[in-house]
Design a protein around this ligand. Structure first.
Ligand SMILES: [Ca+2]
Ligand SMILES: [Ca+2]
Ligand SMILES: [Ca+2]
Length: 456
């Protein structure tokens, strides 16, 4: 049956093209990214459920149960995705192949049609023709626009009922390998990275010794999280960095094996203890200087973060890669997207900052994502550092449904939040008075820290 499945899928893929005949009339599609679905009644078995209802069909070669025969009048919606089974079937394709009044077509009709139109090579035609002869030439098939047994046929998080292209993913995602980013345990709860306000929990003497306040610490915690991520999940050895820069005082073990001994990483369940972690963050502030300027705190931080990372990478001589760190000075939308995609694809988190120099500019909005692609307004910021862990780009069609075309997932205040990258870019590039200072400032204060990686 295995090689049969391939032919079912093959024919299904071709049939999935039929509604797009205008587009295809120039020639045979050589490659297809579209995963076609085809429903075929199982030989000699019409009802399958214990109560006598339901029908067994093959969909793309996999056997599934539908709640009843496919028919316009039945209204059956097997997968409860809001689209009836009949409406998931490509009725137009059936009518094109079988004639305007056709209710169904057979395998033979389907593959003869494709052969006549030149959609199947002669060689494939012979193979399929043999196979179909052996099976049931007159068996009914239903080319489908989407899978009547799956609420989200192409798995792009947009349900078939709302999906403009239910058979073709409308979403491109680049993300870190660790879905949960940094699993920091705070009051028994797993969080998404670190929250600067947790600095208020550590010993006051420690805060004083490091001249720290949680108010302006977002850059520090973003960098601290980024460093911990690199340490744990890209296997960058930070043992010598930790020993030479006084982190070993925080470690439980002597000799210290790596930086993670200093911030309470528990290898057995891949979690981090927040209290130890905040002491590591405080210690890190000796290297990453933050200034408690009343405005524009962001403007001073980037180079400090950059030089700290460069210091770490200098120690990392045993790695297979050379790393370089850049605080970018061009925040044009396309440049940002390209760099974020590339970094996340290399499993390297990206720090992004936001600041607006003039009060007239809008605040940056954060969103939360729920269930199906549904972004809800959450909080806002006037000035902030965060870490990008994922970028999702929606096709033009899907953007109309989702309401956004490029969303970045960011770790901020120990939460996973979303920022619309177009909104970000529009705000930071909308200099109200077009003064050169604002332009230069915006490019510097609202930008990304990009880590470049090259094989040695
Ligand atoms: Ca359905
Ligand atoms: Ca469906
Ligand atoms: Ca979908």
């Amino acid at each position: 049956m295995d090689h049969c499945r391939n032919y079912f899928s093959y024919l299904g893929n071709k049939l999935a093209y039929v509604p797009h005949l205008g587009y295809l009339s120039a020639g045979t599609p050589s490659t297809s990214k579209i995963k076609g679905y085809i429903c075929e009644w199982e030989n000699g078995a019409n009802t399958k459920k214990a109560d006598g209802t339901g029908v067994a069909v093959y969909i793309g070669g996999n056997k599934v149960l539908l709640n009843g025969k496919i028919a316009a009048s039945s209204g059956i919606d097997t997968d409860h995705d809001g689209v009836s089974d009949y409406n998931e079937v490509d009725v137009n394709a059936i009518k094109k192949i079988g004639g305007s009044s056709a209710q169904t077509i057979t395998w033979k009709q389907g593959h003869d049609y494709l052969n006549n139109k030149g959609y199947i090579s002669d060689k494939s035609y012979d193979k399929i023709a043999d196979l179909v002869k052996d099976l049931a030439q007159n068996q009914e098939i239903y080319p489908a626009k989407s899978n009547p047994a799956d609420v989200d046929s192409d798995g792009d998080d947009i349900k078939d009922a709302n999906d403009p292209n239910p058979n073709q993913s409308d979403v491109t995602v680049h993300k870190l390998s660790q879905e949960d980013y940094l699993k920091i345990i705070y009051n028994g709860e797993q969080r998404y990275g670190c929250d600067q306000s947790w600095l208020n929990d550590i010993d006051e003497e420690v805060l004083k010794a490091h001249d720290l306040s949680s108010t302006f610490a977002c850059g520090l915690v973003a960098a601290g999280d980024l460093i911990a991520y690199l340490n744990l999940y890209t296997k960058i050895n930070m043992k010598d960095f930790a020993n030479d820069n006084g982190f070993s005082k925080l470690a439980d073990t002597t000799p210290i094996n790596d930086l993670y001994n200093c911030y309470g990483y528990n290898e057995s369940n891949d979690t981090i203890d927040y209290y130890k972690y905040m002491n590591y963050i405080a210690k890190l502030s000796d290297i990453i200087k933050i200034y408690d300027a009343t405005d524009g705190a962001i403007a001073i931080g980037p180079n400090s973060i950059k030089s700290c990372l460069n210091k770490i990478f200098k120690y990392n001589s045993d790695s297979k890669y050379d790393y370089t760190v850049h605080w970018r000075n061009n925040n044009a939308k396309d440049k940002l997207k390209e760099r974020i995609r590339k970094s996340l694809g290399n499993n390297l988190p990206v720090i992004i900052s936001f600041d607006h120099p003039t009060p007239d500019q809008e605040d940056l909005k954060f969103y939360t994502k729920s269930g199906e692609v549904n972004f809800k307004d959450d909080t806002t910021t006037t000035s902030h550092y965060m870490v990008i862990t994922e970028i999702t780009e929606y096709s033009k069609d899907a953007a109309k449904v989702v309401g956004h075309s490029t969303m970045i997932k960011v770790a901020s205040w120990s939460r996973d939040l979303y920022v619309d990258l177009d909104e970000y870019s529009d705000i930071v590039n909308s200099d109200v008075d077009k003064k050169m200072f604002n332009h230069v400032y915006n490019n510097f204060a609202s930008n990304i820290l990009e880590i470049g990686r090259k094989k040695k």
